[in-house]
Ligand binder design. Structure first.
Ligand code: AMP
Ligand code: GLY
Length: 431
């Protein structure tokens, strides 16, 4: 099989690495890739991956057997639609189906229609109406931008004043008429659950915990994600099956019934409340850095499972991959100044990227890096994810941090509490 991976982050390095390890995969290419992907895939440069026609022209010329779209940008731009209409096998939902991620208001409506547990919310296009609604609520709601805001569009205010400031702040940065959603605040631990979805067919894949705040102890601003681990001790196979029955299957069925069948990986951001798991958000893609820990924990043929999604073949979706025993912990190394104003162009040492031949206890997946004559330099906010694997989370965590201590980058930001046990809490983790 010849495969094209679209995207250039740590998730796509991990996808390309994992696909390159499949027996049935002859060649992997990646557009645009990053400074660490050369050892797993040949880079396609000069292709605008958010231009559906350009991507489709390239894909038909190269006759890929499978195109895997990593990030939400190309999906929201309709890259999967155009590829599918040219009969290129594409793993990733259409633009209409990807609205489960790109429009929070649409996602909320579909969840309500499908009877999926989620926090009650109201959408506003008028700042004054939104501000008035704030005063009718018992506690400050979560304030969400209804546009792709790269993880910066959600504010969880503690006070009414902060909620007002958040509403004003979001509207200040956007054209009039944009939608802001006010949602009841839920409480409980968060987990990212992933399922392969092809029309009404759902196969749960894995769950992972992601650390969104910049600094240890869940402090500092929200980021794209500073680390992740899998499996989740308190969200195992039984909980995933429950999520499949209560969340993934109803939404998949609803989308198919509405003429927007979902094909790809569906990521449910869940909060496990006293009343059971509730959906905070859907994403139309693998999580980043969740992908970096989930993909190295799948044995078998990933390309076959993804192709099963494209063709709607349940037995391929179910039978091609299986979880490895043990655990994986991923720790993100970010640039100084991330997330607001990352400093780039700094030399990066001791960060040899995972290559196709490598399957050891640690793996380094690059993101914001560029290859230089004698190594790598930084080119973005999240620079890389170091993944450790081991017999359990403690061993995987130790491996990841040991490997990370070899990486040198001036001003690097790293959390030291990814998958850390709670002080005195036995085997319960900090989250
Ligand atoms: P989102 O981009 O929707 O995933 O939101 C980012 C983060 O905000 C989530 O990971 C949660 O920690 C938090 N959040 C979002 N919605 C809620 C909610 N209804 N209740 C509590 N926290 C929330
Ligand atoms: N790690 C969160 C995300 O990918 O959205």
């Amino acid at each position: 099989m010849d495969v094209l991976v679209i995207g250039g982050g740590g998730r796509e390095h991990a996808l390309a690495w994992r696909l390159a390890r499949d027996e049935g995969v002859r060649r992997v290419r990646i557009a645009p890739g990053n400074g660490g992907t050369d050892g797993v895939a040949e880079r396609v440069v000069d292709l605008d991956v958010t231009d559906p026609l350009a991507v489709t022209r390239h894909a038909t010329r190269e006759r890929y057997d499978l195109v895997v779209v990593g990030p939400e940008g190309p999906l929201a731009a309709g890259v999967a639609d155009e590829l599918a209409s040219a009969r290129v096998p594409v793993f990733g939902p259409t633009r209409a189906a990807a609205r489960l991620e790109s429009s929070k208001a649409f996602a909320k409506r579909q969840m309500e229609r499908a009877g999926i547990p989620t926090a009650p919310a109201r959408a506003f296009t008028d700042p004054d109406a939104a501000l008035a609604h704030l005063h009718e609520l018992d506690e400050p709601p979560v304030v969400k931008a209804d546009w792709l805001a790269s993880g910066k569009g959600v504010v969880v205010p503690e006070t009414l004043e902060d909620a007002e400031a958040a509403v004003r702040g979001l509207y200040a940065g956007v054209a009039p008429g944009a939608t802001v959603v006010l949602e009841r605040r839920l409480r409980g631990p968060e987990v990212s659950a992933f399922a392969l979805v092809s029309d009404a067919t759902v196969v749960p894949l894995a769950a992972a915990c992601d650390y969104k705040r910049l600094r240890s102890g869940d402090d500092g601003p929200n980021t794209g994600g500073m680390g992740a681990y899998t499996p989740v001790p308190w969200f195992g196979t039984a909980e995933l099956e429950r999520a499949a029955a209560e969340i993934f299957e109803p939404i998949a069925w609803r989308m198919a019934r509405d003429g927007m069948p979902y094909r790809g990986v569906l990521y449910a951001g869940l909060m496990v409340t006293a009343d059971g798991p509730m959906v905070i958000e859907f994403n139309a893609r693998f999580g980043d850095p969740e992908a970096q820990v989930i993909l190295p924990m799948l044995d078998g043929e990933l390309s076959a499972a993804l192709l099963g999604v494209v063709t709607g073949d349940r037995s391929l979706m179910e039978g091609s991959v299986e979880p490895r025993s043990g655990a994986a912990v991923g720790v993100v190394l970010a640039s100084e100044g991330y997330p607001d104003a990352p400093v780039t162009g700094r030399p990066l040492l001791g960060a040899d990227p995972a290559s196709a031949g490598e399957d050891g206890p640690t793996l380094v997946f690059h993101a914001g890096t560029r290859a230089t004559r004698d190594g790598h330099e930084t080119s973005g906010g999240r620079v890389l994810t170091v993944v450790g694997r081991g017999v359990d989370l403690a061993a995987a965590r130790a491996a990841a941090y040991r490997r990370l201590s070899d990486v040198e980058l001036e001003g690097a930001q790293v959390r030291d509490d990814i998958a850390a046990p709670r002080p005195g809490g036995g085997d319960t983790l900090q989250r």
